[in-house]
Structures are given as structure tokens and as C-alpha cells.
Design a protein around this ligand. Sequence first.
Ligand code: SF4
Length: 412
Amino acid sequence: MTGVFSLLPEGRHGLLAPASAGGEDLSPYLAADGYAPLPVPDRLLDRIATAGLRGRGGAGFPAAVKLRTVRDAPGRPVVVANGEEGEPGSVKDRWLLRHRPHTVLDGLRLAAAMTGADRGFVYLSDAPAEHAVRQALAERPPDLPVDVVRVEHAYVAGEETAAVRRIDGGPALPRAKPPRPFESGVGGAPTLVANVETLARVALMHARPDDAALVAGTHLVTLAGPGTGGTALVEVPAGTQLKVLADLGGHGGAEGVLLGGLFGGLYGAGWTDLPLDQDRLNAAGGALGCGALHFLHPQDCPVGVAAEAAAYLAAQSARQCGVCVSGTGALAGTLATVAHGEAGDDTADQLRRWSRQLPGRGACGLLDAAARIVATLLAHFPDRVDAHRGATCPACADAAPGSGRRFTVPVP
Ligand code: SF4
């Protein structure tokens, strides 16, 4: 099934409903309590903390902790709405900016009020999104100066330190941490870099306080995969079984799933019982990441999928950290030998060692993503890896190394 739809309880308003083919008109947004005054910033912050809202950019950090940290840092804060969606399998951020620009800008305004920021930025790469945001800013001039900064799309361009560097006029490349943006961000000021879905949820929690827990516990998820399933953007409560999501997206025949864009790893047997839950997926060795699910159908070879993902990540390496250049290159090159039936007796052990040694050693999460793909391939599909020894796999022969084509999905 393709398109945009919601699994929220009847009558509960989310980010996707009411579905609209076009943009977001200001009048109905105002009529639904959008841009409502914020009398006591701490009350909204407490509501966000109590509801347990976590960031939706990939790391899943508690939103209230991040807001308070920026608020309490010395200096006048800056707030950034981060809509640069690096994961090729995710569409939610571009969709929100294109179709709910007022909701995102409202969330940015509220984040500024809660942190005491006097300046804001919207950071993105998508041209239609930029158009929608500029139109919304012209329709309702913001409470604080807001600049739109466009960047060339790249896997690492949305990483928070890359966003800060680009806004400051530098390259959109991650830098070593510390300092983190909350300590020294845009122009050296404490900076909140918040994903646009996180900000949109803050706006909803302000407009509808009674629904705060529901809003915080709901996710935008991109469902994609080969075949007739196509691409769907859905809004679902946390805890929804992955099997339900597969059926919903028309991928009921899938035999596995790649989670988090390319960040969350591959899952085989037992994946259908996993819930869409950050902590449970972490406990299972993976990650929810940005909430994009790519389903593997019987005609897909998990080895080919892993090899293609690793090759894409190696091609997207910003080539700043020596360990990332050599690590992603080694993982991608070795996975390619497995896919082509050229692996030696100790290849799987070598891959396993690297997947344990490499995580956490780059300046950003790209190297971790490549290592997790390898680790989960070996953990969940050992028989499929073994079956490639000395054998040609027709599905792997079709892989397009480095292109990311298999994972790239259009915005519905
Ligand atoms: S880990 Fe890789 S992608 Fe990330 S900053 Fe270092 S070289 Fe760039």
C-alpha cells in the first residue's frame, strides 16, 4: 500500500491526519489552537518530560533533557529545526516540511521560548520543503528571526555538528565531540538541534495538552520494500508489532526487515514479533533510528542487501576519520566478496571481529551503522552467509554497489 495514513485511535488528531494533498493553510491551523500563546514555558517543558517525548532524529534522546540543557547553558541559545533527512529510506521529515510547515515552525517557536533562544534556523536539503517553509514564514512572520539554510543532501549532512558547521558557513560535515552543540553550537552559542518531527510533536502537545502522552508515544514510520508494497508514511502508536506494519504497508510476505534506514540493522527469524519500541529494539541488538523500515521479500538476499548498504555507507563516508575510511571500506569490500561467492574460511570471523571493534570510533554514526549491518547479518542470517561460500547467488549479482538505489524512496 502506498500513501499516507494513520493508525491513531478514532478522533485523535496526529501529524498526518487530517490528510491533505496540499500544504497546511494558516487559518485552519490557527483555528486548531496553533501558535497559541505560551504563558509559562516551564509548564510545557514539564509536560514534555512527563509524557516522555524522545527525539525523532535517530538517537532517541529525551527531548526535555535536551531543552533544559540548552536553556541552562551559559549564553543566549539558538534553535535549529533539523529537516535534513540523511537516511535514504526515510521520508517523514521532508513530508512534514512540505505539508506541515506551520506545525514545525510552531514547534521551533515553542523550543525558542522554552530555551530562551533569540534566533532560529530551519535546516534542510529538499527544494519543495524549502518552498513550503518560506511560504509559511511569509504567511505568518515568526516571533524570532528564522533563517532557512539549504544544504546539499548527504548521509551525514543531518548530523547535528554537521548542521552547525554548515549554518556557520562551513562544510556540512560532522566534527569531533565534545563540544556538543548544546555547549558550543551556531556562532559558539548553546544550540538546540531538534529533528522536525520532534518539534512538530512539541507543537501538538502545546495545542492539545490532554493528548500529550499519546502524541509523545506516537511515531511517523516509513514503510518500504520491493514489489507491489511501494512506500507508505504511517503514524502509529509505539509498541505496534512490526508484523502489523508489514501487513499495513503491503509487505505481508516479507521474510526480514532492515531497521532505522540503514542505522538499525537487519532482522530475520522472529522479527515479526518485535515491537516498534526504541528500548526493546536496542535490547535486541538493533535500533529504531529515524523509524524507516525496509522489508526484505523472498526474492531479496540479505547478504546482497547488507553488501549494498555497506557499500552505500562507505561511499557516503565524509572521509574525515581514518578509521571510518578504512573501516567502512573493509566492511563493504569484504561483504562484496561474500556476496560474490569469493569468501574464505575465516571471512565471517573477520567480519564479526570488525563489527565489534569499530562502533563508537568515528565522529558520527555512519561507521556504527555499517558495523551494525554486518553484526546483525551474521547474527540473524548465518545460514545465508554460509550458503554463499563458493556459490554464485543470482540475487546478489543484481546488487548496485554504492548507489543506495534499493533503499531510496520517494516522498508520497
Ligand atoms: S565517522 Fe565517517 S562519516 Fe562520520 S565524520 Fe568520521 S569519516 Fe565522516
